[in-house]
Design a protein around this ligand. Structure first.
Ligand code: HAM
Length: 421
């Protein structure tokens, strides 16, 4: 066994699997740009207090899962467990709301860190793609955010997913629901786990998300947030559902859905995908958060956003289409038969690469037969043979490795970019 091994909950990603990740990120970025989002890049670590304030004292993330440490000057630092807090901090610090039209629309991707118990689709360092719409009071932006997710999934050829959705309405409805939940759980408090006893004090809604008390809670007739919505919030929620339906987006109202982070206020949602073995992964989630910017000492701006788990999306794509389908087959294999042809080999490679082709130039002085073995093993489309005889005639020999057909092309044509396979 090698002496140095990766840390528990971390992964090495390479070859076809790395292509899967690249495809996910490329697709997410492309779709977000089509919705007119700009990229924002924020640091991978921030002050610990940002997360306790933003992500929330009562969230499992802050209570148990933070990668925090003191730096050499004794500052409390945390590796980012999620993206929203850092993005909002950056927007406030750089006053982006003052110099740009609202709503601001940003996307981001990168590594995030949570000290969780590793399992399928759950890592300690994981990748997320996220977006934040900042400074929007319109529920049309809640819809836009959901449509962006469906657009991404569709582009990735993922057709089978469930979007679960719920709403807490405005601040007044939320407080009413919170009080209802608190009153409801008061006689049950002794039967709940220690974490839930703490949640009961700090954020009773989070009790609904408890994995330990799940069975006990499921048997209870818990008040649902919909019943606490006022007329306007109900209308808005129903309008969102209606517009989504008319746009052929299927969502399921999950009246007990709560999110694991403290900042959510209005509409929330999660997206689930079931793998062939029956295991369901939550591949993303998000919603509206209307007080975070103000709580971080910024202006009063309401926001909507979501995060997608890139590792989980990768598991889904591999499950659906198989790892092999993500192999990238190189197109041209340039075979210099002798030292005299080396400089020409580089010129040809340059022209083909400028035309956006995947080109491998054999650099290892192999025999002709081992070059052909290599070409067929790696599924090249064309071998370009640079032999001295052909060069004397200002030609190169091409072999189409799929049809086995062979022919000659003039140096002028290949260097002039006229040959592209
Ligand atoms: P979240 O639900 O905590 O939301 O994370 C979003 C997604 O990241 C999850 O649905 C999951 O796919 C993935 N994820 C979370 N933890 C792990 C892990 N340990 N290993 C692998 N994947 C994981 C947020 O982070 C919010 N910031 C989303 C948001 C943005 N809400 C508003 N704006």
């Amino acid at each position: 066994m090698p002496k140095y091994l990766k840390q528990r909950g971390t992964i090495d990603i390479y070859n076809e699997e790395a292509n899967v990740y690249q495809k996910i990120i490329d697709t997410c970025c492309k779709c977000s740009r089509n919705f007119n989002f700009n990229q924002i890049v924020t640091p991978t670590f921030e002050s610990s207090s940002l997360y306790s304030r933003a992500t929330g004292e009562s969230s499992d993330i802050v209570r148990k899962e933070m990668y925090d440490f003191k730096d050499k000057k004794g500052r409390d630092i945390t590796l980012r467990p999620e993206g929203t807090a850092g993005v909002i901090r950056a927007i406030i610090e750089n006053k982006l709301y003052a110099t740009n039209d609202l709503p601001l629309k940003y996307y981001y991707h990168g590594s995030f860190f949570r000290y969780e118990r590793p399992q399928i689709g759950r890592f300690r360092e994981f990748m997320q793609f996220g977006v934040e719409i900042v400074g929007s009071n319109s529920y049309l932006d809640d819809i836009e955010s959901i449509l962006l997710i469906t657009n991404i999934l569709n582009d990735l050829n993922i057709k089978d997913y469930t979007i679960r959705i719920n709403s807490f309405g405005n601040e007044k409805c939320r407080n009413t629901h919170r009080d209802n939940i608190k009153n409801f759980f008061t006689p049950h408090i002794e039967n709940l786990c220690e974490d839930c006893k703490e949640r009961f004090e700090k954020n009773p809604l989070r009790i609904l998300d408890c994995k330990v008390d799940k069975e006990y809670i499921e048997k209870l007739n818990i008040p649902v947030s919909y019943d606490s919505l006022d007329e306007q919030s109900k209308n808005e929620f129903n309008e969102i559902l209606d517009i989504l339906k008319k746009n052929e987006i299927n969502v399921v109202v999950d009246k007990y859905l709560v999110r694991g982070l403290d900042y959510y206020t209005g509409l929330i949602y999660e997206v689930d995908i079931t793998l062939k073995d029956g295991k369901t992964l939550t591949i993303g989630g998000g919603g509206r958060y209307s007080s975070l910017v103000k709580e971080l000492d910024g202006p009063d701006l309401s926001c909507v956003g979501f995060g997608l788990g890139v590792n989980r999306l990768a598991l889904v794509l591999i499950d659906l289409f198989g790892l092999d389908s993500f192999a990238i087959n190189p197109k041209f294999y340039i075979m210099p038969f002798s030292k005299e042809t080396y400089s020409l080999a580089f010129k040809i490679a340059k022209t083909l690469r400028e035309n956006n082709n995947n080109v491998v130039l054999e650099t290892n002085n192999k025999s002709i037969s081992s070059m052909f073995k290599y070409a067929s093993k790696h599924n090249f489309e064309y071998a370009i043979m640079l032999g001295e005889d052909e060069l004397k005639n200002n030609q190169v020999k091409i072999k189409n490795l799929k049809t086995q057909e062979q022919y000659y092309i003039t140096l002028d044509d290949i260097l002039g970019g006229k040959f592209n396979g």
